[in-house]
Design a protein around this ligand. Sequence first.
Ligand code: HEM
Ligand code: HEM
Length: 130
Amino acid sequence: MLIIIHLSLMSAATLCLISGVAVAMFKRSKNYWFKAHKTLNTTGLIILLAGTVMAIVGVTVGGGGHLSGLHQRIGLVTVILSCVTVFLGYYSIKAKNKTALLALHRWLGRLSVLGVLFVLILGLIMIGII
Ligand code: HEM
Ligand code: HEM
């Protein structure tokens, strides 16, 4: 049951993150892009963290060992990457070296989205859906 909640939360988080990045990539000419990007991606991270807690609780309750496979390990790295990306997004607003931090944000952001998609596919393979 907890893993189904994990699956649902991770799917929702992925949709939020992809939509937020799509806004930053394709809707930059609109004046709402920043607010939409910030809201969608912050929400995406919160759901991602909730989904991670569900996975950890699910593994604990099931009596299994933590971080036992590729999905679990790359999943954790991706969650950490996403946290750093969001932190850089907020921090760079006031920072002096804004240009460098935003460049890092853009690349870590792209890597986070690719990571989430890859881990999602690994998860679906793990439970036999694909
Ligand atoms: C629909 C997609 C997904 C499915 C079906 C899925 C499925 C699972 C399952 C079955 C486990 C438990 C494995 C076990 O018993 O050891 C698990 C653990 C985990 N998943 Fe996912 N997952 C999905 C998406 C994601 C995503 C997108 C992330 C992160 C970016 C993620 C991060 C994790 C982590 C960190 C664990 C390990 C928890 C621990 O070892 O304590 N998962 N996942
Ligand atoms: C995990 C969440 C996030 C991801 C994956 C992400 C990803 C990205 C990506 C891929 C871009 C570049 C788009 C392009 O190709 O032009 C971008 C741009 C940007 N993001 Fe984020 N972002 C996230 C959260 C945030 C947050 C929370 C903020 C602000 C508080 C933010 C602020 C910005 C800004 C200001 C830019 C423009 C950077 C520039 O033009 O140099 N991002 N983001």
